[in-house]
Design a protein around this ligand. Structure first.
Ligand SMILES: *Cc1c(COP(=O)(O)O)cnc(C)c1O
Length: 388
């Protein structure tokens, strides 16, 4: 049976060149990067090369990169660490209703611990308005966190304008860029970003490694204490294997940026094909311009997203409904609800996320298999038979 992996926003396969770079470390570079001897220096050099690759990809300097265990840790360190460091200035935080749980849940936890939180709404395309951010700012606002691109519907946020606003008011600006790294150009300078979270496994690198960009001069209180690694902000002997793999993935992502943008052609082929073949389908998220080039999200009315996923899986097709983190729970996606979808429509949502390995044949295979699956499920659905 054909295998078609269209869940690249949940995670990506490791690029063979990344695996090769990691293998070289695993078998040949065993020194501790903090050691002064030759073996230690060799390890440090491999690690600093990775730091250069990531810094280059986002327009930062290597000293501004702190490696972490992933996007989740980077978000936690940025939000908790910066809020604590600036608590004398105030306790008000601003974020949006469509953030990943690795931001929203951190913010909600901080709210329980004495911070004030404003969660901004989004429009029906899943985009936050700069004017809403402006209206939410108070004298005691210390931190604004807005994601670059949404993991469920692919909507791209007006980061540059929000960053400009935050900078004018002396408020720190954090961006979760886990979904946009390697997919969209990022410049932390042009976008006025103070802190930026990224992750290895969403860009063909290994799982369990990520990083936080900390603009020079921005202070965060560490979450852990121990050694002096990573500017004392993230102690512990570095995850050499992960860091080198992540660095190689960043280097490849930089080279492949334009190629990735061209995925929009396959994205539109898939979306237009679904709309042409299946009636009663709603497109979730922006139609073209402000959307990630690899994201298709639709609600197929009168069927459950979970049943669609299982039927697709039996045909060798991997997709997701809402986000992988919420699959397995029956709560509809908080992102789709924030965009104004009813529970019923949100439940029928289906996300396909293409990757650099995706081919036109993959897309056409889905367009062949999906319509009969929908037809069969709708024939069994009491919701559907009531309407015909
Ligand atoms: C995957 C993801 C994260 C979490 O990153 P991990 O490295 O898996 O911890 C955070 N934010 C967004 C938008 C993501 O898609």
């Amino acid at each position: 049976m054909r295998k078609v992996y269209l869940d690249n926003s949940a995670t990506t396969p490791v690029d063979p060149q990344v695996a090769e770079a990691m293998m070289a470390v695993l078998t040949g570079v065993y020194g501790n990067p903090s050691s002064v001897h030759e073996d230690g220096r060799q390890a440090r050099m491999a690690m600093e090369k990775a730091r250069w690759s990531l810094a280059g990809l986002i327009g930062a300097t290597p000293e501004e990169i702190v490696f972490t265990s992933g996007g989740t840790e980077a978000n936690n360190l940025a939000l908790q660490g910066a809020a604590k460091a600036r608590v004398k200035k105030g306790r008000h935080l601003i974020t949006t209703a469509i953030e990943h749980h690795a931001v929203l849940d951190v913010m909600e936890c901080m709210e329980k611990n004495g911070y004030d939180l404003t969660v901004l709404p989004v429009n029906e395309e899943g985009i936050v308005a700069v004017e809403d951010v402006r209206g939410a700012i108070r004298p005691d606002t210390t931190l604004i966190s807005v994601m670059h691109a949404n993991n469920e519907v692919g909507s791209i946020q007006p980061i540059e304008a929000i960053g400009e606003l935050a900078r004018e008011r002396g408020i720190l600006f954090h961006v979760d860029a886990v979904q946009s790294l390697g997919k969209l150009p990022i410049s932390v300078i042009n976008m006025n970003i103070d802190m930026l979270s990224v992750s290895g496994h969403k860009i063909y690198g290994p799982k369990g490694v990520g990083a936080l960009y900390l603009r020079k001069g921005v202070r965060v209180v560490p979450m852990m204490f121990g050694g002096g690694q990573e500017r004392k902000v993230r102690p512990g002997t570095e995850n050499m294997l992960g860091i080198v793999g992540f660095g190689e993935a960043c280097r490849l992502a930089g080279e492949g940026l334009q190629e990735f943008a061209a995925l929009a052609v396959l994205r539109d082929r898939l979306l237009d094909g679904i709309l042409a073949r299946i009636p009663d389908v709603k497109v979730n998220g922006p139609r073209r311009g402000s959307r990630l080039p690899n994201n298709v999200n639709v609600s197929i009315r009168f069927v459950e997203g979970e049943s669609l996923l299982l039927s697709l899986d039996m045909q060798g097709i991997a997709a997701s409904s809402g986000s992988a983190c919420t699959s397995g729970s029956l709560d509809p996606s908080h992102v789709l609800l924030a965009m104004g979808l009813t529970h019923e429509i949100a439940h029928g949502s289906l996300r396909f996320t293409l990757g650099k390995q995706t081919t036109q044949e993959d897309v056409d295979y889905v367009l062949e298999k999906l319509p009969p699956i929908v037809e069969r499920l709708r024939a069994m659905s009491p919701l559907f038979s009531e309407t015909v």
